[in-house]
Design a protein around this ligand. Structure first.
Ligand code: NAD
Length: 429
């Protein structure tokens, strides 16, 4: 029997990754997905977008609703995939669990440690499961690094330096819409860097206990000198701007799911990145202390010419360097040299070789995540993110946000978990 799915949140991820993946779209799916899964309903607070999504999929029979419980009354699904904006995750996940569904929630688990705990408590209460969409774990280099550290290849990890460097176009994209409102995303450390913070915690398998952080917004600030418009689609300098959001890119799907549906909820997808409405930082740097004694430094910057991320782990017996550029993994042991590491010396059954990825969506990681959710081969049991693990990344960001608001004061884990963290102070003029 097929497992029945509802998708809540029919924007970019709901449609482009999960709905197309489950319904067999080329490059987004694998043989076997449609034998195992049936998409039965779509939920969106904006019903026009749910309708547009059903049209994209050419599936007029889908149950469409504004809430998960309404959809579940008719659809009788087994699982709900939650791809709504981050600040709604706790509410939507808890509603789905209470409606009797198991849940896949795209990262981050939620926007604060406090909301993560609401999800963990609802899991306990309902006996249902939650999988977190930490797709970055499904990249071969991340798995190999986690295995090497667990095997003790570099001894006990004592120190980590890591950074997420986003390009003008990728980093700027967060300043077009809801992400740049701190009350909706809890900032880029939570929204974007939960991937990298999860990888650090997962690879060293440890709990963060204290964070100190600084941050600022110096790039995505009002630029009246540019004579820009309010939104890209009506901007006189749009086409020359590195942040231009093209509604007609690809086959115009962005126009159909965003622009054509905006009358219902006022969600404008292509607002100018140079505005005075942002309440998040565009660069942040933090120090993290882990329970086992390791120290980490982490930086995010959202306005670079070229995208890049790196993680360097130094342990009592050696050093492991992981990065998005080639060579992706290097390792050296005490007394030896740093050498390239093969990404997958022991193939996981059903997994494609690293050089043969033809699947779209985060270098094939999205398809691996869906395969894992459907119980198909191709992933390692280590890769599936349990909410208790995913909470660690949210906790680090939550503590960092509290520290930034307090001028860099070190903040201990016990100080989070009771409320939403404060927004960063606005930039000085
Ligand atoms: N794993 C990844 O690599 C990855 C990449 C991008 C985004 N994401 C995550 O996916 C999620 C969705 O991001 P997106 O870019 O698709 O956003 P989006 O804005 O394109 O889509 C979100 C949709 O949710 C709907 N919505 C808002 N509130 C709702 C509610 N209470 N109930 C039902 N629907 C509601 C909106 O109308 C919209 O259609 C976010 O949590 C984001 O962090 C994950």
């Amino acid at each position: 029997m097929k497992t029945k799915f509802i998708i809540a949140g029919t924007g970019n991820r709901g449609l482009g990754c999960f709905a197309k993946g489950l319904t067999g779209w080329e490059g987004k799916s694998r043989p076997g997905f449609t034998d195992r899964a049936e998409l039965v309903g779509l939920v969106d607070a904006n019903l026009s977008r749910a309708q547009a999504c059903a049209r994209e999929l050419k599936m007029p029979q889908l149950v469409l609703a504004r809430t998960v419980s309404e959809a579940q009354e008719q659809a009788r699904a087994d699982w709900c995939i939650v791809t709504t904006p981050d600040f709604t995750h706790a509410k939507v996940v808890v509603e789905a669990l209470e409606a009797g569904l198991n849940v896949v929630v795209d990262k981050p688990l939620a926007t604060s440690a406090w909301e993560c705990d609401q999800i963990l408590q609802a899991m306990e209460r309902t006996g249902r499961q939650v999988i977190v969409g930490h797709n970055a774990r499904y990249h071969p280099r991340a798995l190999r690094a986690a295995q090497l550290v667990r095997e003790g290849a570099i001894g006990q990890v004592l120190h980590i330096e890591a950074a997420e460097v986003l390009s003008y176009s990728h980093g700027g994209d967060y300043f077009h819409r809801w992400h740049s409102d701190f009350s909706k995303s809890a900032g880029l450390l939570t929204h974007k860097c939960c991937h990298q913070l999860d990888l650090i915690c997962w690879i060293i398998d440890d709990e963060p206990v204290e964070v100190s952080a600084w941050g600022g917004r110096g790039f995505y600030r009002p630029r009246p000198d540019l004579n820009h418009g309010e939104r890209c689609s009506e901007c006189p300098i749009g086409r020359d701007c590195p942040h231009y959001f093209d509604m007609d890119k690809w086959d115009g799907v962005r126009r159909r799911i965003y622009r054509d549906c905006e009358a219902e909820d006022g969600y404008i997808r292509d607002r100018c990145v140079f505005s005075d409405r942002h309440t998040i930082n565009d660069h942040e740097t933090l120090n993290i202390r882990f329970a086992g004694g390791a120290l980490a430094s982490f930086t995010q910057v959202a306005f670079a010419p070229e995208e890049y991320c790196y993680f360097n782990f130094t342990g009592t017996r050696g050093r492991l360097e992981m990065q998005s550029r080639e060579p992706q993994l290097r390792m050296g042991q005490l007394g030896g040299k740093m050498e390239d590491v093969s990404l997958r010396p022991e193939p996981v059954e059903g997994q494609l070789p690293a050089d043969d990825y033809v699947e779209h969506g985060h270098g094939g990681a999205d398809v691996c995540l869906i395969a894992d959710i459907l119980g198909l081969p191709g992933s390692h049991p280590l890769q599936r993110a349990h909410p208790k693990e995913a909470r660690r990344a949210v906790l680090i960001a939550d503590l960092a946000n509290r520290s930034i608001a307090a001028g860099g004061r070190p903040v201990r884990a016990e100080e989070a978990g009771k409320d939403y963290p404060p927004a960063p102070p606005p930039p000085a003029d």
